[in-house]
Design a protein around this ligand. Sequence first.
Ligand code: ATP
Ligand code: MG
Length: 426
Amino acid sequence: MGAIQAIRGTRDILPEEVGYWQQVEAKARDIFAQAAYTEIRPPIFEQTELFARGIGEATDVVGKEMYSFIDRGDRALTLRPELTAGVVRAYIENKLAGKGGVQRLWYIGPAFRYERPQAGRQRQFHQIGVEVLGSADARADVEAIAIATDLLQSVGLRSLKLDINSVGQGEDRNAYRQALIDYLTPYKDDLDADSQDRLHRNPLRILDSKNKRTQEIVQDAPSLLEYLGDKSRAHFEQVQQLLTQLGIEYNLNPRLVRGLDYYTHTAFEIQSDDLGAQATVCGGGRYDGLVSQLGGPDTAAVGWALGMERLILLLQQRETAPTPALDFYIVSKGDAAENQALVLAQKLRHVGFKVELDLSASGLSKQFKRADRSGAIACLTLGDDEAENHTVQLKWMQTRQEVSLAQADLLSQADDFRQQLQQQKT
Ligand code: ATP
Ligand code: MG
């Protein structure tokens, strides 16, 4: 029988890669905690209608990319293609608004889209993101952006580009929408099929079409920025001032859009030149209309989502995978020694050491080779003599110095050894 393979567009994150993921996750947790964001974990599947309303029928995500199915109880369900809709549903359903003030939430987890798999684009992928609910203040936009750039910098990424734009709101957006339709209508036949379809339904989305000819056409389209009303303009100017105050560099990109009505004011993207076609690592913006669109109280909000796979691809280009530091590697030969080694490993772990026990029962020289490769700071060896005397042979891997000592001493002097291990590390 043939072996079963993983589903197209999914991949296993194997031990040799997982260090990158853990590094990013740990940094993210720290950075979010420092800024008083708390984690939220919505379910992986939701009613299909949540995404239809929360992302928009006219988007690629809802129109073509959702993993939707009918369950055994005849419910129309969908594997989440992103997390914002679920977070907002949870915010409304659990009346988080009633807690007063601003809710700062973050999340991490898988999302699912039926797309053509390629580097940095999968059918199961992972997002980290934040949502700030309950503030219309430009400082909320900038705080969210600053946290994204902090996170990317904290994992060592520098050559990233932040693009920002304002999509305005209400009146100004309607005026722009009409201007854009007027501009594009004469070119209608030259637009790609999706864009033709969107000309009246969702014309703003045409601005970020990936089709070459469409891109040429929108090159000379009127700029959103010229249509911003006073309020939108003031908000956007404040965002820019605050970014400058924080020393965060940005480019104005008038073609950066979020197409749907509930997106307002700030839109932003963080890109890298080192990712080929899938250049966008992080995207976000303000969505003051979404909470009410999903049946909640009128609530201003801003957020972003970052694609973990793309971030990890960038990290892999720059550095080798972080390996977990191991204190002791334990090698043993002979029945009594092997049993004692298992017990010693447990006891050492209980006093806080990281310990790997060689389980191979192969010859000592093979076990020593593995000890070398393990990255452990010290190797502990137990043979027949050690078993009989309850001792252990300790070898510092760097200096190759060896000492024999009682197993009991190793445990009772754990603090001393911890210091010595620390010194050997540096
Ligand atoms: P793209 O234009 O690349 O399709 P998007 O606009 O669909 O991106 P968003 O919905 O804004 O992306 O999601 C935020 C981030 O999630 C993206 O910037 C990207 O890093 C990541 N992402 C989105 N779709 C995928 C996918 N299929 N595989 C891997 N990462 C993805
Ligand atoms: Mg997409």
